[in-house]
Design a protein around this ligand. Sequence first.
Ligand code: UDP
Ligand code: MG
Length: 323
Amino acid sequence: MPASQTSPPSPTTQLISVVLPCYNEEAVLGRTHDRIARALRPVEGVRYEVIYVDDGSADATWNLIRTFTRESPMVRAVRFSRNFGHQAACLGGLKEARGDAVVLLDADLQDPPEIIPEMVARWRQGWRVVSARRTARHGESVFKNLSAFAFYRILDRLSDHPVAFDTGDFRLLDREVVDLLTGLTDRELFLRGAVSWAGFPETAIEYQREPRAAGASKYTLPKMLALSRSAFLTGGSALPLRIPLGTGTAALAAAFVMALTRRGRPKALPLALFGAQSLAVGVVGEYLHAVLRQGQGRPSYVISERIRSTIPGAVLASVEEVA
Ligand code: UDP
Ligand code: MG
């Protein structure tokens, strides 16, 4: 980290936290730290802190992180007691971060730290979420590319709110968004889905995703499946639970029409029974969805701006009205 970061900040200086979730990243972490140090030169009005989250690594990752913290006061770190997964590590980092804005960054250099200053510039223009959209993914398997392509599109169809395509967790979040996310009580939070749900003004910077700089992917197939599961739950769509309502209604309507014809009559009864059963499952699904919503405990709305009256005496008048 550059020494100039240690000088006391002026009151107008804004702090940007950069959070890196790390799981067994000894092969790449030294390189990552050097690239971050070069990319995050403090500029007028902006300084940085770097927060490493060791997600229960079994290799030398924590030792490396400890060295970084000794070399610079701008580096902080937390270590999880075991591996809790990438999303939990990101959330842990968001909770540790003290910045006016926070950037989430993968530790394997697939997310180039060099575009962070551009993200910060957009944030200072007033954007509260600045995401990084991948225009290409180099060095990844056909399976990974195809599954990622399909994932975002199905998720968008199955979510109650629009989802940003081809965007991972590499993004800058304003303090207000960070506070909202860390205050959510979802048991399994899918961060990027929750950011879309919050709906703050968002802009994107395009970049080409490079191959991992060293080491192997830590997102194994079971971890990818677990991520998809929490993505669809976070999305909160009632659509899968409503399928039996649709099939049940269609079957009952068809059974009714068949019952009117002599040839169809014998088959109408079994079809009507199937329709009634399907409808019953659909009704249970409706209750299940209501329970899911209640369990998530999300706020019913998010305020993005508020205008208070600047007319003298307005506050007093409204207090009197209440009294
Ligand atoms: N990661 C983590 N915990 C995990 C899996 C991954 O903290 O259980 C971190 C990992 O060290 C990396 C980031 O999450 O910084 C993304 O993981 P990876 O690069 O292996 O995923 P991929 O890019 O292959 O999807
Ligand atoms: Mg990666």
